[in-house]
Design a protein around this ligand. Structure first.
Ligand SMILES: Cc1ncc(COP(=O)(O)O)c(C=O)c1O
Length: 384
């Protein structure tokens, strides 16, 4: 039986990985080499130079493609380097429609780097698919969606978006960082490209910065590999090894992230100091039905705002945490907290930021895999 037909837990452990052909090592070795000896000019074993392809990275690229039910994978030095590769598939004059509350760094690379090369970005609220349709014109080449969105936890209907993209001959790319392939497979819903900040849940241990793209379209894959090799934003063999190790527990970690996320979300919901809690598992979350349709769980990312909306109060609470660490990033085994307005989303102009709900008192939590009771007690004392 092929691994790709097996259940997710089996795939997480075995996808892409074969015993090392040279030694039988069950873990793919860290091929810490730049080059490969050729038997004759141009005759080699598939590897010529490690920017182009490295065996450890190659195994990881195959593993990530299999986990996302895609045919081809490519890994990069960061999530943003993966997005950079997608944008380099475009030409001056091309237009992109994207989410208005996407990760601040994605906003920064779009507006700060690619706008100056003549690519136009439309930031829209993708809860309304009608708004997406109104922005499509002959120059539109790509719809780029993040779901759940960072940090507002909006859920975008990938299948409906894919339909719009196909009808208009536009590519659909989905940033699947928050959900991971454990919770959601955008390729199965019609996406052309799926992107990950591997730095987060896929690596899972806060020790690697990496990005990935997967696709099942050969033409897109060839273009990705051409840009990966030409621009050189690759990841190294040591980091590839660490992520291969991290992937083996992705299902176990995600299960716990989801269980803890649910307990913490319900605790916050009833707290008298809290104004709003954003978590797609609540029945009254505006996109709960879409989340139920396209995700297999609701994840461990939660944002909440405070009554009175004072930034100083949000900062004071975050400084009182004992188990949660005040830090950028998310998706590691340890629980983290961040203040989007001044940290992850500081690159977004204040008016645009507030319009998408990233208010001054908004606090984002990445719920780790500690014991939920300790996390709730930590929140209790910090909010007291
Ligand atoms: C949703 C999302 N996409 C992309 C990125 C960028 O990834 P990286 O930090 O690995 O470059 C992040 C980083 O926080 C993210 O949260």
């Amino acid at each position: 039986m092929k691994i790709k037909n097996m259940k997710f837990g089996t795939k997480a452990i075995h996808a892409g990985v074969e015993p090392d052909p040279a030694t039988g090592a069950i873990m793919t070795p860290i091929y810490q080499t730049t080059t490969y000896v050729q038997e004759k000019v141009g005759q080699h074993k598939g590897y010529a130079y490690s920017r182009t392809l490295n065996p450890t990275r190659h195994t990881l690229e195959k593993a990530l493609a299999e986990l996302e039910n895609a045919k081809y994978g490519a890994c990069f030095g960061s999530g943003l380097a993966a997005i950079d590769c997608v944008m380099k598939m475009l030409k001056p004059g091309d237009e992109v429609i994207t989410t208005n509350d996407l990760y601040g760094g994605s906003y920064r690379i779009f507006t700060g780097i690619f706008e100056q090369f003549g690519i136009k970005f439309h930031f829209v609220n993708m809860n309304s698919l009608e708004t997406v349709k109104t922005k499509i014109n002959d120059n539109t080449k790509l719809i780029w969606a993040e779901t759940p969105t960072n940090p507002m936890m909006n859920i975008i209907d990938i299948e409906a978006l894919a339909k719009i993209a196909k009808e208009n001959n536009v590519l659909l790319g989905v940033d699947n960082t928050f959900a991971t392939p454990y919770l959601q497979n955008p390729m199965d819903l019609g996406a052309d490209i799926v992107m990950h900040s591997v730095t987060k849940y896929l690596g899972g241990h806060s020790d690697v910065v990496m990005g990935a793209l997967v696709t099942s379209n050969k033409e897109i894959a060839d273009e990705i590999y051409r840009i990966q090799n030409s621009s050189g934003g690759i990841t190294g063999p040591m980091d590839s090894f660490l992520v291969l190790r991290g992937l083996k527990t992705l299902h176990l970690r995600m299960q716990r992230h989801c269980e803890n996320g649910e307990k913490v979300a319900f605790f916050l919901k009833d707290h008298p100091k809290i104004e709003n809690v954003y978590w797609p598992g609540f029945e009254n979350h505006p996109n709960h039905e879409i989340a139920k349709k396209q995700m297999r769980g609701f994840g461990g990312m939660i944002s909440f705002s405070l009554k009175g909306n004072q930034m100083s109060e949000a900062h004071a609470i975050m400084e009182k945490f004992k188990v949660f660490s005040l830090a950028e990033s998310l998706g590691g085994v340890e629980s983290l907290t961040c203040h989007p307005a001044t940290m992850t989303h500081a690159a977004i102009p204040p008016n645009d930021r507030e319009a998408s709900g990233i208010v001054d008192s908004l606090i984002r939590l990445s719920i780790g895999v500690e014991d939920a009771e300790d996390l709730i007690n930590d929140l209790k004392q910090a909010l007291a």
